[in-house]
Design a protein around this ligand. Structure first.
Ligand code: DPP
Ligand code: ZN
Length: 875
């Protein structure tokens, strides 16, 4: 296939003003009748071409006349119709086969034939699997949807928009109609049909609209939907308060399914969620999962304005809605919970997922210039780095300026399909600032390195900070341009006091924290009246998505870790110090940096005023994936061992007695699992303390973990205990695993965790464990969550297990990818990204990975999804 390129974009020659769909639903066979009112751009004389994949065409007519065979042609996913003109009406009837749809794209069956329900997933290009249409986001149409089905088997019929009638039909069938007053692209179309229960609540918008909020799920889990309903209401209030945006339909439906490729989907008025991000109850969900439910509910709801009311002109602009909506979701979560903990979580995620993507063969700009399969571009770069770009611009404009800009963006582009340029122009115009320089961030891949060097002139009391930037080449982009990099900074005296900042030039902010912007390759900034040689705190709040290179001494980082008042900056200093410790650790010996790291943390451990959750984050060194970036020839087993050595030293420094005492104090508080921030923080720290204890007193830790497992009142404590037992290969692990397997036999979300915790066991044994788990009757490649819980967890989150020295896991994964690809190409392609970074492995592993990839690439009949990833990763 040839790639699709951004520069080839043309407005549609044919668009659709209105679409009327009549859908006769059945599990094996569904008939879709569509009536399109067409518009033709008089400037373009191309014939009418509509997308359609795998549709069995039953009838076709144009302007009321049945088309003869010579009047149209349907091949290779395109229906070409002759004789259409502006205002023409095209009617088609097609058959699709939901139960046979294992790709979960278009219309498909969730669950069993007897009890399951029908639903759709259209983003990015699923609608063409349902009906003929110009399947591109810049064709916005008004939808009228009529669903018909057997009343007994499909009592609930839902589509996006406002309800517009329902009733009985002969033969036990019934119908329901929905009209969406807001024109939308077809990727936001959705329907759901089946036996579902609901919970609901009335909501009054600030502009006076009565909205019914309804969450739907299968009967056995409807009690787990209350938390999501509360989160939805909080999200709606927040968007009204923070952005002045309220909901615009009479009813808002949300549906949970266990069979879903994505996390969730923002279909207009009918959001569909992977159950993992909607269901929440203490017995099944961890604290992290509660927060994820709240965040994803908010994310999908926020899309109603950033994505739906203003949509994307083409899929290259995906980050226009995703980066912006992730940013809004992060703001919301920061407001609902702790802002500094949220920032730590987001930056850690960025470093774990996006930085490696940007550093390897799959690197692509936030706005890619080309793609073959758009589903492969729902990436950490488009989402997480995209959010960081919005954050930089928002920081540049300030809170009020950003709101002014967003207001103008909505005013200008409501009801339109927009571009990144439109977004930056609106934000800039509202503030009389030219933001065009930020476009380079969108078009250039790779993580910039920010090199900083400070010089203190004691005679003049001046501190000069020299900054320079460099972005390494990425595939197809040998030369990089300088980017605007906002650097938020403070200076600390050697006594740990913040110093006031005095600059000559322009800098935002006042007092002891300012933002300077490096927008050239190199630049110098001078600070005056600096009383003594300072320690700079740079890139505060992670003010730009870059890698900072500054030659800190261990003592300087320990000073920042100890004295900064801001939780995020303190954590960041600790992470940098841990990196230094890692770099200087040699063969199990510790180093000056490692001792400084341990000492500073041990001192914080003793401070009563420390927040439990922040302390847990401080005690957690960067992950193995982040450390891999420090080695030129990556040896994941050594990284694992070295990281553990650091944790071992830390545990020794704190000491068994202190760890035990703290564990007991935190555990004393058991009882009903409560969700308040304080209780969550205690559980988080308790897990961390138990993990440290396990490194220096395995027997005692295992006993405590086994007790915690059996007495835990909620999933957070239970899973933490199970994880310690499994990872440490404790004698008690087997019986706890057996108990968990039995207890949650009928709970897919809990069972996923059971697979994952075992797939994450470090080092050599992991592969055998994974292979054995494949024969568990609950394992199947057909369910995306289950495939991810075992294969995804193993390949993408267990570096020492997946990259075992003999390379045996590579052909194993390749074999599974082929099997998975035949069922569900999107999931196969996603799991294949685990091979990213193979070129930087040490030689033995590198050769093994290359062989596995090359033989996978030679395999006949791979999907476009998987071949694009394999092809790119091999480049
Ligand atoms: N459902 C995915 C998301 O919300 C794609 N739009 O990010
Ligand atoms: Zn999204």
């Amino acid at each position: 296939t040839t790639p699709i390129r951004l520069r080839d974009y043309r407005p549609p020659a044919w668009s659709v003003e209105a679409i009327e769909l009549e859908i006769d639903l059945g599990i094996d066979s569904t008939e879709v009748s569509s009536r399109l009112t067409l518009r033709n751009d008089p400037q373009q004389s191309t014939p009418l071409r509509l997308d359609g994949e795998g549709l069995e065409l039953l009838a076709i007519s144009l302007d009321g006349r049945k088309l003869e065979a010579h009047g149209y042609r349907y091949e290779q996913g395109v229906l070409e119709v002759h004789g259409a003109h502006d205002g023409s009406v095209l009617e088609t009837r097609v058959r699709v086969r939901p139960a046979a749809n294992t790709a979960l794209e278009g219309l498909y069956l969730s669950g069993s034939r007897e009890h399951g329900f029908l639903l759709t997933q259209c983003e990015a290009e699923g609608f063409r699997h349902i009906s003929f249409f110009p399947d591109r986001p810049d064709v916005l149409a008004r939808y009228t949807v009529t669903l018909r089905a057997d009343r007994e088997r499909f009592p609930v019929l839902l589509a996006g928009g406002n309800p517009a009638g329902s009733g009985d039909l002969p033969d036990g069938r019934h119908w329901a109609r929905f009209i969406d007053p807001h024109p939308k692209p077809c990727y936001l179309f959705a329907l759901v049909a089946g036996r579902l229960e609901n919970i609901q609540r009335d909501y009054l918008t600030t502009d006076g609209r009565k909205v019914k909020l309804v969450i739907w799920s299968e009967a056995n889990v409807i009690d787990c939907c209350h938390y999501a309903l509360d989160a939805l209401e909080r999200s709606m209030r927040w968007d009204e308060r923070s952005y002045g945006r309220s909901f615009d339909l009479d009813v808002f439906h949300v549906v949970a399914t266990h069979d879903f490729n994505m996390g969730a989907m923002e279909n207009k008025g009918l959001n569909i969620f992977n159950a993992k991000y909607l269901l929440a109850d203490p017995d099944t969900s961890t604290d992290d999962e509660y927060r994820a439910v709240e965040a994803v509910v908010a994310h999908e709801y926020f899309h109603n304005w950033t994505g739906n009311r203003v949509t994307c002109r083409d899929w290259f602009q995906l980050s226009l809605k995703e980066g912006l909506t992730v940013f809004r979701e992060q703001q919301f979560s920061a407001d609902m919970n702790s802002a500094s903990l949220k920032r730590i979580e987001d930056v850690a995620l960025l470093r774990r997922t996006q930085f490696p993507e940007d550093a390897g063969p799959l690197a692509h700009p936030v706005r890619p210039a080309e793609y073959r399969e758009i589903n492969n571009f729902y990436t950490a770069t488009v989402y997480e780095k995209g959010s960081e770009l919005v954050r930089m611009v928002a920081g540049r404009l300030g809170q009020e300026g950003f709101r002014r800009g967003m207001d103008l963006y909505f005013e200008r582009h409501d009801g339109q399909a927009a571009t990144i340029e439109d977004f930056l122009s609106a934000l800039g115009d509202a503030n009389h600032i030219d933001l065009a320089a930020y476009l380079t961030w969108y078009s250039q891949a790779g993580t910039p390195r920010l090199h900083a060097k400070g010089e203190y002139d004691a005679a003049r009391h001046e501190y000069t900070l020299s900054l320079s930037q460099q972005t390494r080449p990425t595939p197809g982009e040998p030369d990089k341009k300088p980017l605007p990099i906002p650097v938020k900074l403070s200076l600390f005296g050697r006594d740990g006091q913040l110093l006031p900042l005095h600059t000559d030039g322009e800098a935002q902010g006042d007092g002891a924290e300012k933002v300077i912007v490096l927008d050239r390759a190199t630049q110098r900034f001078v600070f005056k009246q600096v009383a003594s040689s300072p320690v700079p705190s740079l890139l505060r709040g992670f003010s730009a998505p870059v890698v900072l290179e500054y030659n800190y001494t261990p003592d300087e980082l320990a000073l920042l870790l100890t004295h900064d008042a801001d939780g995020f900056n303190r954590w960041e200093a600790g992470q940098q110090l841990a990196m230094l410790a890692f770099d200087t650790l040699r063969d199990g010996d510790d180093s000056v940096a490692c001792r400084a790291w341990c000492k500073a943390l041990a001192a914080l451990f003793e401070q009563d005023a420390m927040d439990n959750a922040l302390l847990a984050d401080l005690l957690t060194p960067p992950g193995e994936i982040e450390f891999a970036d420090r080695q030129s020839e990556v040896d994941p087993a050594r990284i694992h061992a070295q990281r553990e050595t650091m944790q071992h030293r830390l545990a020794e420094q704190i000491g068994i007695d202190a760890l035990l005492a703290r564990y007991r104090a935190l555990a004393a508080d058991a009882g009903e699992p409560r969700l308040d921030a304080g209780s969550q923080a205690r559980r988080r720290l308790k897990r961390c303390v138990l993990e440290l204890l396990a490194l220096i007193d395995a027997e005692q830790a295992n006993t405590l973990a086994a007790r915690q497992y059996s007495t835990a009142s909620g999933m957070t404590d239970r899973l933490a205990a199970l994880s310690v037992l499994v990872r440490r290969r404790a004698p008690q692990a087997a019986s706890a695993l057996a108990h968990f397997r039995e207890r949650y036999a009928d709970n897919p979300l809990a069972l996923d965790k059971w697979f994952t915790v075992q797939a994450q066991v470090p080092d050599e044994p992991a592969l055998a464990v994974v292979r054995k788990l494949e024969s568990d009757p609950a394992f199947t490649l057909k369910n995306p969550n289950r495939a991810r819980s075992l294969l995804g967890a193993f390949a993408s989150t267990n570096p020492s297990g997946f990259h075992r020295a003999d390379g045996a896991a590579y052909p194993y994964l390749a074999e599974r990818l082929v099997q998975l690809d035949a069922l569900n190409p999107q999931i196969a392609a996603r799991l294949a990204t685990a091979f990213n970074g193979w070129q930087r492995l040490e030689p033995l592993r590198r050769h093994a990975a290359q062989q596995a990839l090359e033989s996978l690439a030679r395999h006949e009949g791979l999907s476009p999804n998987l071949s694009e990833i394999v092809g790119n990763v091999l480049k």
